[in-house]
Every structure is written in structure tokens, then in C-alpha cells.
Ligand binder design. Structure first.
Ligand code: SER
Length: 405
């Protein structure tokens, strides 16, 4: 049966690959404790880096997972897009299948195509496939083995079709699967609107990235071949859910809508008011979810590292919350929606529910006190400027207000 809900899609994905002899591996925690270049897990492949490099052996050569990811720092950072963008998130779930020296390009491509068209029953003519300009082999598989018409296979360069986790480590050319929302969804207005333009047009949604792991990149940029080539794929659950549920804006699918509804109920907003305040709603739904998962994984708000990021997203959500009408802490209620909805797939949410709610409320209270103190400082600064006839706050003062408060 075709999966409909996000919980069903996650389950269907893991079962599909399990039936193809992939070991279901649990998500690694979000914080990356021993990694100097990465604060948080940012891709499904992170926990398999040494397996790709041939330094670690596992009892399986095929794996699948639904990995908790955060993209808020380093090479992959989506923070500033959250809110205005219909499809970017700080926290997201990455569905992935992996081959460690087992199948390569043909297996990855066939499995992905079958999952999209047979399990999710997405019409093939809504899908476009990109390959690296140099990758004739992947082109040939899409065109001649799968039978995709050439107009739906696009060759693109390193920017979109070469993937690396960071500046060093396993990497390789990619093939991406894009969904077409149709000409009416075009926001770029170009007559030649296409995935090829790579211009963030809302018509095209990159759903799945198939990485053909071939190289190990050293710090000086040189690449050596991996002992055995492998496959690392990543599909955002938020995006495939939107495609299956027909919601071009991720916040309207069943991963976010319940939290957005809860915010609306708490504020007593009408549908029009909710629409007017959509950026604030989205930031709260996104950041509230990210904070919930971070706290469940043992992160505490703090002044440095992972704790700093957690504090920043809680405060960012609280600041947007104030703007759209909250006068009291509200994030614990948002967290509860996610705990109820995702607690079966991620039992740590249920186990630490009380601690999650308490940590959020405490941090919101601390921030409210800080903001009040900062506002009274700001008023004093503005009064002094008025007396001197000044019109612009100097950089040092502005920086102090921003950095400290
Ligand atoms: N590692 C690739 C990505 O994050 C595919 O999983 O896009």
C-alpha cells in the first residue's frame, strides 16, 4: 500500500531497503563529540565515514537509516533560510541507503527509481535526474537501463553534483532526483526555467541525493581512490513527505502542520493572521523541533559549542514568538506536539519529555529577563544619543548589545 503519512514513509523506506538486504542502523545522536570540524551530525553517512575509508569493518555491506541531522554550521548551513524558505530546516531527518564496497551506481539508481515510482507511486514524468557532467556511466544507466527520456536527464557541474561532508574525507560525484511542482509553481519567471539554472526556483525540489563515493580528499585538496567505491544516499523525509502529500511548502505537511496548528490555537489567530505571520510560525515550528531533539540527545543551552547553538535557536524562536504575540513561554507546548508525533520513531523523546519541556521553559524565562535588561539599556543609550543629537548607534555598542543580549 502506498505510504501517506510521514511515519509511514519513514517506515516504508527502511522496510524497502531491509528487504533488499540492508541492515537497519539506528540514527546516530546529533552531537558529534569527537569531531573537531563538525558540531552536529549533518548527513546519514557521518557514522559510516571510517567504513567508507576502509578503516572499520562492519558485519554488513549494505545499510539503511533514518538519521537525525542539523545543518546550522560549517559547510552545510541552512539557518538563515529557515522561515522564508518553504523547504529548508535546521533539524531534518535524512533517509539513506549505503553500500560499502557492495553495489555501485546501477544499484543505487535502480533502487531509488523503484522507491520513488513503485513504493511512493510518484509519476515518472514529474521526476528529473541530474548527473555530473563527466559521468557518462550514470547517464547511461538512467537513459538505457532505467529508460528515462533524455529530456529528463541533466548534466551539471561540481557545485551541484559533487558531494563532500566537509573539506576532508570521502566524497564523489552525485546524481540527484528532483521533483517538478509544475510551471504554476515557478518563482524565477524565466522562460527557460529548469533545474539546470540552479537558481532556487520553487518549481523544482531536490528530493534525493545519490553520492557515488569514490575518493578520499586530503587537507591539501588531493584526492585518492577509496579502497572500494561505495554509495551514500540522502533523501530529506520532509521533502519526500511534501511530494507524497502534495504540499509544496513543507510546513503544510504532516510533520509540521500539527505544531503550526498548536501555535495558532495558543495565539487564538485566525487563518488570515496565521498566514500574515507565516515566517514566525515557521521559525517556531522548525526551531522548536530542533531544540526538542537536541535536548533529547543531551545538549544543554550554554555559551559555547553545541550548547550555544541550542541557546541561539531557542532564543531565535522566542524572539519570533514575541513578535507574533506570545507573552509567556510557549516552546514546551510546541515540543509536546513533536514528542507525541515522533516519539515512536525516536523513543528518546518520550524518555526525556519532562526534561525537554523544563529546559525549554527555563531558557525562555532566562532570555525574557535578558531581553528586558537589554531593552532598558537600549532606551538609555537612545536617550543619551538624543541629547547629543546623534542618529546612529556606534558599532561597538551595537555589537555589545547583539553579542551579550
Ligand atoms: N551525503 C549526501 C548528502 O548529505 C547524501 O546522503 O546529501
Amino acid at each position: 500500500m502506498k505510504p501517506r503519512t510521514s511515519n509511514e514513509i519513514r517506515q516504508a523506506f527502511l522496510e524497502f531497503f531491509n528487504e533488499l538486504n540492508h541492515e537497519i542502523v539506528p540514527s546516530a545522536p546529533l552531537p558529534q563529540h569527537d569531531n573537531p570540524t563538525l558540531l552536529f551530525t549533518n548527513a546519514g553517512m557521518n557514522q559510516f565515514v571510517d567504513v567508507f575509508l576502509g578503516k572499520e569493518k562492519r558485519p554488513y555491506s549494505r545499510a539503511t537509516s533514518s538519521q537525525k541531522c542539523m545543518r546550522v554550521q560549517g559547510k552545510h548551513n541552512d539557518l538563515e533560510n529557515v522561515g522564508p524558505s518553504p523547504r529548508h530546516h535546521t533539524f531534518f531527518e535524512m533517509l539513506g541507503n549505503f553500500s560499502f564496497g557492495d553495489y555501485f551506481k546501477e544499484g543505487a539508481i535502480r533502487f531509488a527509481y523503484d522507491f520513488m515510482t513503485k513504493v511512493c507511486q510518484i509519476p515518472a514524468d514529474k521526476l528529473y535526474f541530474t548527473v555530473h557532467t563527466s559521468d557518462d556511466e550514470a547517464y547511461d544507466i538512467w537513459a538505457n537501463k532505467v529508460g528515462v527520456p533524455p529530456s529528463h536527464i541533466l548534466r551539471m557541474g561540481d557545485k551541484t553534483n559533487f558531494w563532500m561532508m566537509g573539506d576532508v574525507g570521502p566524497c564523489g560525484p552525485t546524481s540527484e532526483i528532483h521533483y517538478d511542482w509544475g510551471p504554476e509553481a515557478c518563482t524565477c519567471g524565466r522562460p527557460d526555467c529548469s533545474v539546470l539554472l540552479d537558481n532556487d526556483c520553487d518549481r523544482w525540489l531536490e528530493v534525493w541525493n545519490l553520492v557515488f563515493m569514490q575518493y578520499d580528499q586530503a587537507e591539501d585538496g588531493t584526492r585518492t581512490l577509496l579502497p572500494k567505491p561505495g554509495v551514500d544516499t540522502g533523501m530529506g523525509l520532509e521533502r519526500i513527505t511534501s511530494v507524497v502529500q502534495g504540499t509544496p511548502v513543507n510546513y503544510n505537511n504532516d510533520l509540521f502542520a500539527p505544531a503550526m496548528d498548536r501555535v495558532q490555537a495558543m495565539l487564538g489567530d485566525t487563518a488570515e493572521e496565521r498566514q500574515e505571520k507565516y515566517v514566525g510560525y515557521r521559525v517556531i515550528a522548525d526551531h522548536g523541533r530542533a531544540a526538542t531533539f537536541l535536548i533529547a540527545d543531551g545538549v544543554r543551552p550554554g555559551a559555547a559549542g553545541a550548547g550555544y547553538v541550542l541557546r541561539m535557536i531557542i532564543r531565535r524562536a522566542a524572539r519570533f514568538g514575541r513578535q507574533i504575540g506570545f507573552q509567556q513561554p510557549f516552546l514546551a507546548d510546541v515540543a509536546q506536539v513533536y514528542i507525541d508525533q515522533m516519539g515512536e520513531a525516536y523513543p528518546e523523546l518520550r524518555q526525556r519529555a519532562e526534561h525537554i519541556r523544563h529546559t525549554l521553559t527555563q531558557e525562555e524565562r532566562r532570555f525574557a529577563r535578558t531581553l528586558d535588561a537589554a531593552l532598558s539599556q537600549l532606551i538609555t543609550i537612545l536617550e543619551e544619543m538624543d541629547e547629543k543629537g546623534e542618529k546612529e548607534i556606534d558599532g561597538q555598542t551595537a555589537f555589545n548589545l547583539y553579542a551579550t543580549y
